[in-house]
Ligand binder design. Structure first.
Ligand code: BGC
Length: 551
């Protein structure tokens, strides 16, 4: 394993800095809070942290609207804090991945302030400007993900500018070479600081169609949400012209050439396109594009053995030498226990889904609080912060419910998050799930998470092996992970009901222990002489099987 780059098969813990730990009493988490909690994160047996944006920002999209890429927002601390954070993370053996939001800036960025002034200033073409149509309306039919038209009027230029997200997040014009160079310079600043990699926000959105062609309409039966609201008219179009443009590949290759000058650093793209699995494959192909990518495929409500199998198989068939990264939760979607559990998720389900994530081929992102089994918080309308939720209330309540502060202890008004009222309320039902209370219980979701991650890292087949699904009946999901002669058969009961599953292809198997997950027993099938597994609700089993006996 020693020649394997660290990121292949790595477990990456996503920190949402506003909600990890507040140390200065303003109700918002900060870098000092992250530093304070790094020992805890290292104790989870993960390999890396990914920190959501902490750069200077007016916070209209909570940091995904950057006004200065080279500075820490005072709300989060100082550059000295960040230096200390990297040093401490590295001393604990944790790699540090930061978020880079390249496709758009804040409207308060100096580049936009200049660009919007006139049609002939030095940055006039740094953003996507277009004349109105003859009747004064927007140049084409493109829509913004967060609601409404993707074009906003700028009176000074008598032109519209493009924003794929909020109107305060103008899109950079990547067709302009000076923009691409400036963006790469900003990336290099952080490489020089010693970060180990980047999560590339909305990377498919960098380029737009230079001809500004209209997006075609999408038929009603094809409008499934990609982690975003299905009630959003954004779903009514194929986003072929404002997203996933072919020029992106050239930029990705330039970015990779820069990254390669800093050995050991890595890129993780966030992919959202009409066929995200194909785009993940395309963006991670060969050794001159992204190292890995994740998409929204396991971040939707779809939850069945057939869905997970067909998604992972479709990616495996497409990806060739590319590398996947899977996530079942993040700061953009309902918490997995509520989303997949439909409100009935149990502690055992929380343990099982984390183990399932950690058993798929690829790297994985674990979202802060997932290791505690946190559920989605109900945020009343008057406490909502997310502009996406405010725009689509009540059909879609936005992303605040997965962004509430970490419950560190069961006592105290703010459960150890800080000394004053936090930016989002801590739900009362998270109190009993606090870190301190779970640390005391050997069999808690948290301690099980730690056990599983420690065990996973001792199983080369799970970290780096191939994957092959085996036929099982719903709701059992089973696959082999194979590295050389070593085969680990992983099987999960996705339901809360007892199940039995025959494994006719195997006559012997050794049950692997040490991962701590219970709820399944290996037996001999009295009829066929093959193997059979009896599962309790959300049980899982890991078996060492022989190469010559595989299905
Ligand atoms: C991020 C979101 C953000 C959007 C715009 C994403 O996909 O994960 O949180 O709102 O990009 O930057």
């Amino acid at each position: 394993m020693s020649n394997t780059p660290w990121w292949r098969g790595a477990a990456i813990y996503q920190i949402y800095p506003r909600s990890l730990q507040d140390t200065n009493g303003d109700g918002i988490g900060d870098l000092k809070g992250i530093i304070q909690r790094l020992d805890y994160i290292a104790s989870l047996n993960v390999d890396a942290i990914w920190i959501s944006p902490f750069f200077r920002s007016p916070m209209k999209d909570f940091g995904y609207d950057i006004s200065d890429y080279l500075d820490v927002d005072p709300m989060f601390g100082t550059m000295a804090d960040f230096d200390e954070l990297i040093a401490k993370a590295h001393s604990l053996g944790l790699k540090v991945v930061i978020d880079q939001v390249l496709s758009h800036t804040s409207d308060e960025h100096a580049w936009f302030a200049e660009s919007r002034q006139s049609r002939d200033n030095p940055k006039a073409d740094w953003y996507v400007w277009a004349d109105p149509r003859e009747d004064g309306t927007a140049p084409n039919n493109w829509l913004a993900i967060f609601g409404g038209c993707a074009w906003e009027w700028e009176p000074r230029r008598q032109q519209y500018y493009l924003h794929n997200f909020l109107k305060s997040q103008p899109d950079l014009n990547f067709h302009c070479e000076a923009v691409r160079r400036a963006v790469l310079d900003n990336v290099e600043f952080w490489l020089k600081k010693g970060v180990d990699g980047f999560r590339l926000d909305a990377i498919t959105f960098c380029f737009h169609d230079a001809e500004l062609r209209d997006n075609p309409a999408k038929p009603a039966d094809k409008r499934q949400g990609r982690g975003f609201s299905e009630d959003n008219p954004y779903a009514y179009q194929y986003h072929w012209y404002n997203n996933e443009r072919p020029e992106t590949l050239g930029f990705i290759e330039d970015l990779r050439a820069l990254i390669d000058r800093y050995p050991g650093t890595v890129t993780l793209g966030e992919v959202s396109s009409e066929d995200s699995l194909a785009t993940m494959a395309e963006y991670t192909k060969g050794d001159n594009r992204l190292h890995m990518a994740y998409s929204f495929e396991l971040l939707t409500k779809d939850y069945s053995a057939a869905y997970i199998r067909s998604t992972v198989e479709a990616l495996e068939n497409a990806i060739g030498d590319g590398w996947p990264c899977w996530a079942i939760g993040n700061h953009d979607v309902e918490r997995v226990l509520s989303r997949w559990g439909q409100g009935k998720g149990t502690p055992q389900m929380a343990k099982m889904v984390s183990a399932l994530l950690g058993s798929l081929r690829g790297s994985l992102c674990v979202y802060q609080g997932e290791e505690l089994g946190l559920t989605e918080a109900e945020i009343p309308f008057d406490a909502l912060q997310d502009p996406f939720g405010i725009a689509f209330w009540p059909n879609f309540k936005g992303r605040d419910g997965c962004r509430t502060p970490m419950p560190w202890q069961s006592e105290g008004e703010f459960m150890g998050f800080g000394e004053s009222s936090p930016w989002l309320p801590l739900p009362e039902n998270h109190r009993s799930l606090s870190v301190a209370s779970q640390e005391k219980l050997a069999d808690s979701i948290l301690n099980q998470f730690r056990r599983f991650m420690a065990w996973r890292s001792t199983q080369p087949a799970l970290v780096g092996g191939d994957i092959k699904f085996i036929d099982t009946k719903e709701p059992i999901l089973a696959f082999e992970r194979r590295l050389g002669d070593e085969i680990v058969l992983c099987a999960f009961n996705l339901s809360d009901d007892k199940q039995t599953q025959q494994l006719r292809a195997y006559s012997t198997a050794t049950e692997l222990r040490g991962h701590g997950l219970g709820g399944a027993a290996l037996m001999t099938d009295g009829n066929s002489g093959g193997l059979q597994v009896a599962f309790d609700g959300y049980g899982a089993i890991f078996l060492s099987v022989k190469a010559d006996e595989q299905a």
